[in-house]
Design a protein around this ligand. Sequence first.
Ligand code: AMP
Length: 297
Amino acid sequence: MLIRTTITEVKNAVAAYRSENRDGIVGFVPTMGFLHEGHASLMRRSKAESGLTVLSIFVNPLQFGPNEDFERYPRNVERDLELAGKENVDIVFMPPVQEMYPKPVKTKVLISEVTDRLCGASRPGHFDGVGTVVSKLFHIIGPDRAYFGLKDAQQVAVIAKMTEDLNIPVEIVPCETVREADGLALSSRNVYLNDAERIQAVVLSQALNKASELSRSESETPASLRGKLVQYITEAAPLSDIDYVEVLGYPDLTELNNNLPLKGINESWIVAMAVRFGSTRLIDNRLFTAKEVASHV
Ligand code: AMP
């Protein structure tokens, strides 16, 4: 496994592979490190589908707000490299902040509309930082495919829109969310939770199961479902503090027709939520297709 910390070196390493493998596929897994089984599932998918797998580990200051957890974001490079090694990653790119941003940034990638709701609304500027760093990484690595987790479904929608709008020649591959045995979505931020919070954090995935059940009823509209989920979370988890619970079309993330039951909706939609436990903000979501809801009848 090659470990590269400069842009020039990682470009050279990818170029060396390309020059010897004219038809080879380069797969790319961008992460912020503190790797877990969710990240490993993306690496595995890339390894299965690509000739060369590049993993990046970079905690991107540009996507954190002034009062967010950039400084205390969990980091453990040694463990990350061990996990990447186990997954047979070919190249790890782990640049210092100075390498990615040697001078103050004057150019940003701003993605509109699809960033208006959910985390885009709660974390102003977050997706400008994500769009900017992912587009820089795409230019540096030049991957054929890039693997993203649907745990961050809005991020998948934002990056897919950005690559389409800017004609970046990379296929965005969305990957299923990996969960703990009780349903909690794996996240590097789960380590912040204390014991009581960890127990109650299962409410997010339980609320999504509830959404699945409720959406099969004849009368459930986006607004009524949202209201029931807010009530469910508040009652089931007294330590929770809801940031948002939303039921929207996916991947456009626009408002659904609230006069129509979900069963009658002819597009894909998402239930997405962000819930705080103490200072820890957790997100989770579930995607639904019209066919899926109808097939449960
Ligand atoms: P992060 O390091 O949190 O920025 O995540 C890097 C990538 O891993 C993103 O594409 C995430 O969506 C993905 N990811 C994070 N957690 C999970 C999970 N539990 N299951 C699947 N993918 C995940």
